[in-house]
Design a protein around this ligand. Structure first.
Ligand SMILES: [Zn+2]
Length: 241
């Protein structure tokens, strides 16, 4: 859909944008009863395009006329499509309604900070999908999620950097967790813990002449650091026997 600049957001325009974004949320797997309970309101005036009442009512407010939109009249300034604002605010609502999944080492590994950390970063196009994403970790998540919805989960070439790919991967996994009704990530098992579990099984299998049981890499929630390096598990474990 071509981007049409709006100076004033009317209820009709907001409802159209809401219908589109909710369809995207549904298609991606984010939509659930908790998100459906979030109220979205059109408010008369504000400095920002919109906001979400994080850790309070959870509701979203979109401003009919905002200072941010007024600033778009300055030559060279960027215009923000209404649908991007709605996607961004819904991303905050997703974080708000899935705090157990956000307060996680998975989030920290992908974004380099805790979700509720308010320390800003130095903007870099290699690290951030937009300048606003450098504000803090919550805004970074909201901007990446906004792009995730906008591009139907396919990372566009112009955003494809190792750092952004990591953040994109988190959003994709978060989506799967929410879709399957999970409120927490599966517990991570450290290398030493996994070895403690695996070694007795391996010894028993060898005593029975069954050979080494395979480690099947099905724990998609785990990071590479907590898994055996590919191709090495048997060799490294055998050497410990
Ligand atoms: Zn925000």
């Amino acid at each position: 859909m071509a981007f049409k600049k709006h100076w004033v957001i009317t209820l009709k325009k907001l409802n159209r944008a809401l219908a589109d974004v909710r369809a995207e949320l549904d298609k991606s797997g984010f939509w659930n009863p908790r998100l459906a309970n979030i109220g979205v309101y059109l408010t008369w005036f504000g400095s920002a395009y919109g906001w979400q009442h994080y850790r309070r009512s959870g509701d979203i407010e979109i401003t009919a006329f905002s200072l941010c939109r007024l600033c778009e009249a300055i030559p060279g300034s960027e215009s923000v499509p209404l649908r991007d604002i709605v996607r961004h605010e819904y991303a905050h609502a997703i974080a708000d309604s899935n705090r157990g999944l956000m307060r996680s080492s998975q989030f920290h590994r992908a974004f380099g900070k805790h979700h509720d950390s308010d320390s800003p970063s130095v903007y870099s196009p290699d690290m951030h999908v937009s300048k606003y994403a450098a504000e803090d970790a919550g805004e970074d998540f909201a901007e990446v999620s906004m792009c995730y919805l906008k591009y139907s989960g396919k990372l566009p070439h112009h955003l494809d950097t190792p750092a952004i790919r990591k953040k994109w991967g988190f959003v994709s996994q978060l989506c799967s967790q929410i879709q399957s009704g999970k409120r927490r990530w599966a517990p991570e098992i450290s290398m030493s813990k996994l070895t403690d579990i695996y070694l007795p099984v391996l010894e028993q299998a060898q005593r029975l002449g069954l050979g080494a049981p395979c480690i099947v890499k099905t724990w998609s929630d785990w990071s590479q650091e907590t898994l055996f390096p590919v191709g090495k598990p048997r060799e490294s474990l055998f050497s410990k026997l």
